[in-house]
Design a protein around this ligand. Structure first.
Ligand code: TRP
Length: 336
C-alpha cells in the first residue's frame, strides 16, 4: 500500500479565532482531519507566537482558545495529530541543524523581515531597530515544522507561500549535502475557499482590527454583525449582493439554495437590518453546538491538555525517527 499523503499546517497562537479563520482555514482542516485518506498534522505554533507577542498571559490564553476551538469544532484527534510545537523538542533541535545549511542571504529575502526593515527606514530608524533573530530566522523554524514530518502538502494562505518555498530550498540543500532525507513540501492553496471580508470591507484580519470572533454569545454576535459596513440604500431599494460584505459572509455559510434566496432578497430590497439578522441566524445554526462545547472545554483545561499530550506523543515518535536519521546523516549518530 502506498503511503497516505501527509498534510500539515500550523496556527500561530496569537489572538482569538474569527470567522475568517474559520471559513478559510479551520473548517477545511477539520474536514481533512476526518478523512481516512489523509495523514494530517495540526499544531499550535507557540514558538512562532513568541516572535510577535511577549505577553505571557496572552500567549497562554490564545493557545487555550485555539486548542478549544479546534476540538469543539470536531477535530478528529485519533485520525490526525494535534499538538503544540513547543511539546515536540525534536522540531527545535532540527531547527538548529537546518539553520547550519541555510544561507543568510535566503533569510534576507524573507518578506516579513524585509517589511520590518522598510518600516524602519521609512521612519528613519536604524534598519535593525526592533528586529529580533526570532523574526529573522522565523522561516527556518517554520521549515523545521514541516520537514520534521516530511509533510507533502501544506495548506496555507497566499502570504505564506514564500515560507514554503524556503522550506523546500532548505530541504533541498540538506538533501544535496547529506543525501536524500527530506520530502520537499508543496504549498496547498485552495482557490475555492473564501477569503472573508471584515467589518470595514477589507480582508478580515487581526492586523486591521476588523474581525468578528467566531464564538461570541449570540447577542454579541448579532451586535458585531450589525457593525458590518453597508451603503445607505433604504429598505425596498434593490441592493447589489456582489458588492456587499453581508452577502459575502452569507455565501460562506449558505448552501446553494440559501445563496439564491438571499440574492433574491437583495434584488427585492431587503433592509440591511433584516439581512444582518438573517446572517446572524445562519451562522448561529452552523456554530451554536460547537460554541457550547467550546465554553465547556474552556472550563475543562485538563481535557484539552490530555488531547494535546496525546498528540505530542504521536508527533514526537514520528519526528524522533526522522531526527535520528538526520543526526546520523550530519555525523552525530547516537552514542553506542
Ligand atoms: N507562519 C504561519 C502563519 O503565520 C504559521 C505556521 C507556523 C505554519 N509553522 C507552520 C503554517 C508550518 C504551515 C506550516 O500562518
Amino acid at each position: 500500500m502506498s503511503e497516505k499523503p501527509r498534510v500539515l499546517t500550523g496556527i500561530t497562537t496569537t489572538g482569538t479565532p474569527h470567522l475568517g479563520n474559520y471559513v478559510g482555514a479551520i473548517r477545511p482542516a477539520i474536514a481533512a482531519s476526518q478523512s481516512a485518506a489523509i495523514d494530517s498534522y495540526f499544531f499550535m505554533a507557540d514558538y512562532h507566537a513568541l516572535i510577535k507577542c511577549q505577553d505571557p498571559a496572552l500567549v497562554q490564553q490564545s493557545a487555550r482558545e485555539i486548542a478549544a476551538t479546534w476540538l469543539a469544532l470536531g477535530l478528529d484527534t485519533d485520525n490526525s495529530t494535534f499538538y503544540r510545537q513547543s511539546d515536540v523538542p525534536e522540531i527545535t533541535e532540527l531547527t538548529w541543524i537546518i539553520t547550519c545549511v541555510t544561507a543568510k542571504g535566503l533569510m534576507n529575502r524573507s518578506h516579513a523581515y524585509k517589511a520590518a526593515v522598510q518600516t524602519n527606514e521609512a521612519e528613519s530608524q536604524d534598519p535593525d531597530y526592533g528586529i529580533t533573530m526570532g523574526l529573522f530566522g522565523y522561516p527556518i523554524l517554520m521549515a523545521a515544522d514541516i520537514l520534521a514530518f516530511n509533510a507533502h502538502r501544506v495548506p496555507v494562505g497566499r502570504d505564506q507561500i514564500q515560507h514554503i518555498e524556503m522550506a523546500r530550498d532548505i530541504g533541498q540543500r540538506f538533501n544535496h549535502l547529506y543525501g536524500d532525507t527530506f520530502v520537499l513540501p508543496e504549498a496547498d492553496i485552495d482557490d475555492d475557499v473564501a477569503v472573508l471580508n471584515g467589518l470595514d470591507g477589507r480582508k478580515m484580519s487581526k492586523s486591521y482590527g476588523n474581525t468578528i470572533p467566531l464564538f461570541l454569545p449570540e447577542k454579541k454576535l448579532q451586535k458585531m454583525i450589525n457593525k458590518i459596513k453597508t451603503n445607505l440604500l433604504e429598505p425596498g431599494e434593490p441592493k447589489d449582493p456582489d458588492d456587499s460584505t453581508v452577502f459575502q459572509i452569507w455565501k460562506a455559510f449558505a448552501n446553494k439554495e440559501q445563496t439564491d434566496w438571499m440574492r433574491q432578497q437583495f434584488a427585492e430590497g431587503i433592509a440591511w437590518g433584516q439581512a444582518k439578522k438573517e446572517l446572524c441566524a445562519l451562522i448561529n445554526t452552523e456554530i451554536a453546538a460547537a460554541r457550547d462545547e467550546y465554553d465547556r472545554l474552556l472550563g475543562d483545561p485538563g481535557f484539552v491538555d490530555q488531547e494535546l499530550k496525546k498528540g505530542a506523543e504521536k508527533a514526537r515518535e514520528r519526528a524522533g525517527r526522522l531526527l535520528s536519521e538526520v543526526k546520523s546523516a550530519v555525523g552525530i549518530p547516537p552514542l553506542l
